[in-house]
Design a binder for this molecule. Structure first.
Ligand code: ADP
Ligand code: MG
Length: 459
């Protein structure tokens, strides 16, 4: 394992602009000040410069500058100091780019030419704030172990599951904890890795690219399904993987599906993803959803009673991001009417969500099975049954594909919905249909017609 002596943050991580640092700081400030204060005083601020421990913040007018100077300077300095691991002074400066947040010049103006390094982990994504339940126990335990002993336990750690279930949260928690243990950590999305590689190739700086990615103690790559079908990146990542792995450095990865289901990934990379531990995060059960809501309300100034949290937990089942969204909605509504939430106002706030898409029912596996069966003149029972004529198999595979695309069901849940098939059969079916869709414009159109029906709920 490499150690880099006393210099904590500096060696780690990605290069970040002043504006990106400021955005991370704003994320933290949003938690620390109340919402209306945030909107009035901080919302429109931008980063203008960062040099020699002085952070210059652009504000829309002198009124805001004076208020922040008087009331928020200490807090802002504290947040920036926490993020940057060094004592930071701030200065507020009126700047026209801060007057209109939509101004395209804003970002350019804001990005400082002085690039610097910053641990860019979301401060909210820690092990402590991650709620454990049957759905994620194993992934959580493995993530902790990896953070404590990088390269020594599960390598790679491969965490997979549907959208909004906490993969990024866990991956960043690993990063933060490993970094606190003085490891050299790099966190990137697979998309960022790909773009970085393309830039390196274009600018003939692949040596720098390799130095950046292949020397860290812990490499964390989020959403590797993005590598699917990208031959050059896949090949490159294969070599990055090997170099880190052979040096006993840790690799942790997230993905929306198990390694074997990532379409068109080089086989040798796919098999490496299976070398360590592949662990699934499943949708949370009711008790876990409730516990998550309780954790999230800790950060709120509003008091929300358990019966209201139960109401939300009962309504949103598949996606924790949506669960948080509903909670925020209930809180926002209560703020709007200026009273603490009651079951009635909460129901009203949540009904408003449904009301924003008035005609559509939620797209469930059952609705998909029904709609696909209809369009093939089959009954749902035939579709999920054992008959193996060509047409029924096609309909079945389309249903698998659509349940995967349109819901957050895991592969094993899809198998259950489709007559108790196992996850491997679903993976295989989805791969076949993906190939067929690529090869046949007819099939592509048929599927998009079915999707349209689904969204209009004309099953
Ligand atoms: P994914 O990367 O799987 O799409 P995220 O990690 O972005 O999902 O999680 C979505 C949101 O749900 C985040 O705000 C995250 O903090 C929250 N979340 C997910 N799982 C948990 C959990 N077990 N405990 C607390 N918060 C969670
Ligand atoms: Mg994610």
């Amino acid at each position: 394992m490499q150690t880099f002596g006393a210099n904590k943050g500096e060696y780690l991580l990605e290069t970040r602009s002043a504006q990106e640092i400021w955005e991370a700081a704003l994320g933290e400030l949003q938690i620390q000040v109340n919402k209306s204060n945030y909107h009035t005083w901080l919302h429109k601020t931008i980063a203008l410069d960062f040099q020699d421990n002085l952070f210059v913040i652009g504000v829309p007018n002198t009124f805001v500058a004076e208020f922040l100077e008087k009331n928020q300077r200490a807090l802002i300095q504290k947040v920036l100091t926490g993020l940057l691991h060094e004592e930071i002074q701030v200065q507020f400066k009126v700047d026209t780019a801060a007057q209109n947040p939509a101004n395209p010049a804003r970002r350019e103006k804001a990005v400082s030419p002085h690039q610097m390094s910053l641990p860019l982990f979301n401060p909210k994504y820690t092990f402590d704030s991650f709620v454990k339940g049957n759905c994620n126990n194993l992934a959580f335990a493995a993530a902790r172990k990896v953070a404590e002993n990088p390269g020594q336990s599960y390598n790679p750690l491969f965490i997979y599951g549907g959208s909004g279930l906490g993969k990024t949260h866990l991956l960043q928690a690993i990063g933060r904890a490993a970094q606190e243990n003085k490891n050299n950590v790099l966190y990137v999305s697979a998309e960022h890795y790909t773009n970085d590689l393309m830039t390196a190739i274009r600018e003939r700086s692949t040596e720098d690219f390799c130095n950046k990615y292949r020397t860290v103690d812990v490499l964390l790559v989020d959403d590797v399904q993005f590598f699917g079908g990208k031959e050059q990146t896949g090949e490159n990542f294969f070599h990055t993987f090997d170099e880190l792995y052979n040096a006993n450095h840790q690799i942790a990865i997230t993905c929306d599906c198990p390694p074997k289901s990532i379409s068109t990934l080089p086989d040798r990379l796919r098999s490496r993803f299976e070398w360590g531990l592949a662990t699934e995060i499943q949708p949370p059960d009711f008790a876990t959803r409730l516990a998550i809501l309780q954790e999230k309300t800790k950060q709120q100034s509003f008091k929300i009673t358990t019966d209201i949290l139960e109401l939300i937990a009962a309504q949103v089942q598949q996606n924790i991001r949506a669960l948080e969204g509903s909670l925020n909605r209930v809180i926002a509504y209560a703020r709007l009417i200026g009273a603490e939430p009651t079951p009635e106002t909460a129901t009203h706030a949540l009904r408003d969500i449904a009301g924003s898409t008035p005609k559509s029912l939620p797209i469930t596996p059952n609705l998909i099975i029904q709609t696909v069966a209809n369009s093939f003149q089959l009954t749902p029972d035939e579709l999920i049954g054992k008959v193996r004529d060509k047409e029924t198999i096609l309909a079945r595979r389309i249903a698998m594909h659509l349940i995967r695309e349109e819901t957050n069901c895991t592969l094993s849940q899809i198998g259950q919905e489709l007559g108790g098939r196992d996850a491997a059969a679903i993976t295989k079916g989805c791969q076949r249909i993906a190939g067929d869709i690529d090869a046949s414009p007819y099939l592509k159109r048929k599927i998009s017609d079915i999707q349209q029906k689904l969204h209009q709920n004309k099953a």
